[in-house]
Design a protein around this ligand. Structure first.
Ligand code: FAD
Ligand code: UDP
Length: 368
């Protein structure tokens, strides 16, 4: 019996799946979305608690320099003017992030860009022989020298990734701006903000009129779901899709400890990073500051890095050579599949930000 019903079955109601479904519906295609969690929006899920939009899977700040993507997300709801400017706490002393004139003043008392450049040149001189940094430690030393590396990078990075900085790819630290102005904006992008009504509302609007079934794991009846559509868009883990036949891809996981506090303002900033190794969490998030909240209570989250295991969430792909080689094998296999298309951070095993994911999903819908 032919029980084909939909043009697309989409596995995963995260950002990739939701943008895809929205666009294909606009083109007159029928989509069925299945999601194993009990909610939509994937890792950008927010939940209103004590009147505060709580980022349940870690802090999410939207940023992009692509006007098309910025206009696109704004078409689903208003964004506020939040600019991420985390504070680093190293052994009780506070520093501004990312690395900028405020940080250099706090580290060395230098007051002008000229003085700061001179100080950093001194700090870097010892590492001038490193022409092509092979790992994160070398990259950080070449960028800013020893003081910045030891106070603001090493401890945080080694906690976050659960391994020495010499075993972590260099590109990860190149994400962070390094500038000689008094500008604490964590991103260099032109546009930045947080959806006023929370990310979940934004995704809800994307999925307006689209059939979504929650609490369903595709793998429990892959055949049945495949038979329900002409094509499958898979946004889960690519290694799991192929029964781990080339081995398991490694991730870093996280553990969140949440607390509602009877105070209106706990730390005065949305994000405070703890950059020393001895403190077990990497950062404390105070969610109300993402939206300039004035509630009587506050909601905070301590974010602990965690070793990945089968029953933990896969948060950060570990794009080192070993894992990349495994991924390449899965990708090769996936390119031969003409029924299933793989997209999003888990299926593509990439450290994607939200704007990358939207861009990728839009490109795919344009191609189809
Ligand atoms: P996901 O959100 O993971 O969605 C995939 C969905 O598929 C999930 O809901 C999952 O449950 C579902 N699924 C998987 N397997 C199955 C299955 N077998 N059956 C059914 N459903 C399945 N980006 C930014 O731009 N700014 C930030 O500040 C930022 N901060 C971040 C902080 C943290 C801690 C993390 C981990 C990421 C951050 N990101 C940030 C990245 C952002 O979360 C991702 O780019 C985005 O959420 C990826 O969307 P996705 O749809 O690809 O994946
Ligand atoms: N990082 C750091 N100190 C900080 C913040 C970030 O050393 O206070 C490094 C760390 O290696 C991290 C990388 O920069 O993994 C990228 O940071 P980002 O904030 O983009 O991502 P995170 O991994 O913190 O979610």
């Amino acid at each position: 019996m032919d029980n084909k019903k939909y043009d697309y079955l989409i596995v995963g109601a995260g950002l990739f799946g939701s943008v895809f479904a929205h666009e294909m519906k606009k083109k007159g295609k029928t989509c069925l979305l299945i999601e194993k969690r009990n909610h939509i929006a994937g890792n950008i899920f927010t939940e209103k608690i004590e009147g505060i939009n709580v980022h349940k899977y870690g802090a999410h700040i939207f940023h992009t320099s692509n006007k098309k993507i910025w206009d696109y997300v704004n078409s689903f709801g208003e964004f506020n003017r939040f600019t991420n400017s985390p504070i680093a706490n190293y052994k009780g002393k506070l520093y501004n992030l990312p690395f900028n004139m405020n940080t250099f003043y706090q580290l060395w008392g230098v007051k002008t860009p000229e003085e700061a450049k001179q100080k950093i040149e001194e700090q870097k001189a010892k590492y001038a022989h490193i022409t092509e940094p092979k790992n994160l430690e070398e990259q950080a030393l070449v960028l800013g020298g020893k003081d910045i590396y030891e106070k603001l990078i090493k401890g945080y990075t080694e906690k976050q990734w659960g391994r020495p900085a010499i075993e972590i790819p260099a590109f990860i630290i190149r994400r962070l701006p390094f500038r000689f102005t008094f500008d604490n904006n964590y991103f260099n992008d032109i546009y930045q903000g947080i959806p006023v009504e929370g990310y979940t509302k934004l995704v809800e609007k994307m999925l307006d009129g689209i059939e979504v079934i929650n609490n369903v794991n595709y793998f429990e009846d892959k055949q049945k779901w495949n038979n329900m559509a002409d094509k499958v868009i898979f946004t889960g883990k690519i290694d799991e899709f192929y029964n781990f036949q080339f081995g398991e891809l490694e991730y870093r996981s996280l553990h969140f400890e949440n607390e509602i506090l009877d105070t209106s303002n706990y730390q005065g900033n949305a994000v405070v990073n703890y950059t020393e190794k001895e403190i077990p969490y990497t950062r404390i998030i105070e969610h109300k500051h993402f939206e300039f909240g004035t509630q009587e209570k506050t909601y905070i989250t301590r974010e602990y890095p965690h070793e990945f295991s089968t029953n933990k969430e896969s948060y950060y792909p570990i794009n080192d050579d070993k894992n990349q080689a495994i991924f390449d094998k899965y990708q090769k296999l996936s390119l031969k599949d003409d029924k299933v298309i793989f997209g999003g951070r888990l299926a593509e095993y990439k450290y994607y930000d939200m704007h990358h994911v939207i861009d990728k999903a839009l490109q795919l819908t344009e191609k189809l």
